[in-house]
Design a protein around this ligand. Structure first.
Ligand code: AMP
Length: 238
């Protein structure tokens, strides 16, 4: 590479490090979106916005949105687009999103995707979204979901089959009793996979069609998968 080409390349890397823009992490329940988003914030220093986490926080605070979302979430059904879009709009107004953000679990429907695309198109200077989907086989997803336990205090994620805590049922970091999400049962998983296939896979096709999509293999060490996502985003942003 000539010295001017390498200077352009390093400028691009610099821009990407300072302004990664909106990044969507897509994938079926259990594909590791949350785990990967936590790795990616270390790389880019931008916020992780999980619509599942925001809805659970609303449920725990007993807000009107939380009351509506609670039953739907337990059954593995989606919360209506208008409510989720409004919640995301409020979060995106916060100043920490200026350089970019990692959206985890949103958009999950074509309606949410076109709302997001429309919103970004009217925002001066905003980069378009790039989407990366994490692919994991069905049986592996089922094992990950039914074995998943999370720490309500620090958010650490364990799996009783694949990555158990040192002491049964307790967080390694702070000793808090781990929780098993009500929608991490086999029955709710099946409903979540059904809505994923019917409603979220078209979102993948939408971003693929726009040339702003990449898929990574989600079966492997966490750091290797994160490196694959970073490389994919860098390629898509060139
Ligand atoms: P997650 O933590 O991403 O697996 O989300 C847990 C549950 O929250 C989902 O099964 C849905 O019931 C609900 N949810 C999260 N994100 C969305 C979204 N973008 N649209 C509709 N419902 C959502």
């Amino acid at each position: 590479m000539s010295s001017s080409a390498s200077a352009v390349e390093s400028d691009r890397e610099q821009v990407l490090t300072t302004t990664p823009g909106p990044i969507l992490v897509l994938g079926a329940p259990g594909s590791g979106k949350g785990t990967q988003a936590k790795e990616l914030i270390k790389h880019w220093g931008i916020p992780h916005i999980s619509t599942g986490d925001l809805l659970r926080a609303n449920r725990d605070r007993g807000t009107d949105l939380g009351k509506i979302a609670d039953g739907l979430m337990k059954r593995g059904e989606l919360v209506p687009d208008s409510l989720v879009n409004e919640m995301v709009a409020a979060r995106l107004k916060e100043p920490d999103t200026a350089r970019g953000y990692i959206l985890d679990g949103f958009p999950r429907t074509l309606g949410q995707a076109s709302w997001l695309d429309g919103r970004l198109a009217t925002q001066k200077g905003s980069l378009p979204v790039v989407a990366v989907s994490i692919h994991v086989d069905y049986n592996q997803l089922l094992r990950r979901i039914t074995g998943r336990r999370t720490c309500p205090a620090c958010g650490a994620i364990y799996n009783i089959y694949l990555n158990p805590p040192k002491k049964d049922g307790l967080c390694d970091v702070d000793g808090t009793t781990l929780v098993h999400r009500a929608d991490d049962t086999e029955e709710a998983f099946k409903e979540r996979m059904r809505s994923y296939g019917a409603l979220t896979e078209p979102v993948i096709e939408h971003y693929r069609g726009l040339g702003r999509f990449a898929e990574v293999d989600g079966d492997g060490p966490i750091a290797a998968i994160a490196a694959g996502i970073v490389a994919a985003v860098e390629r898509l942003r060139q």
